[in-house]
Write a new protein. Structure first.
Length: 130
């Protein structure tokens, strides 16, 4: 997902281009506002953490570009995570999306599933018709 900060900065095309240049394919995508219910479901694992309210405010403040990305092999998750870069912006290497464009960890431009289980849950949440 391109988060609100990426959408606000006009980085959707850059993010999609990097995924496609790697050989990945968008099988679903939608530019949309995130309501409170979807935000709460997406960030449910963080509900009891002190930054939860900030996450909800951030993800609902502007549109996101939600995507389902498919790759030719079982390593699609690791490829996407490599392209995205480390969550903590100070650790994100140049050449990654976060390393090249993000300036703060709290607004780090993109979200990527970390495996089959989280991807299945997120696809059902964001794209229930798939």
């Amino acid at each position: 997902m391109a988060k609100p900060d990426a959408v606000e900065r006009g980085l959707i095309g850059e993010i999609v281009a990097r995924l496609e240049r790697k050989g990945l394919r968008l099988v679903a995508a939608e530019h949309r506002m995130v309501d409170e219910n979807l935000a709460a479901a997406h960030y449910a694992e963080h509900k009891d953490k002190p930054f939860y309210g900030e996450l909800i405010s951030f993800i609902t403040r502007a549109p996101v570009f939600a995507m389902v990305v498919e790759g030719p092999a079982d390593n699609t998750f690791s490829l996407v995570r490599m392209l995205v870069g480390a969550t903590k912006v100070d650790d994100a290497l140049p050449g990654t999306i976060r390393g090249d464009f993000a300036t703060t960890t709290t607004e780090n431009l993109v979200h990527a599933s970390d495996g089959h289980e989280s991807a299945a849950r997120e696809i059902a949440l964001w794209f229930p018709s798939l």
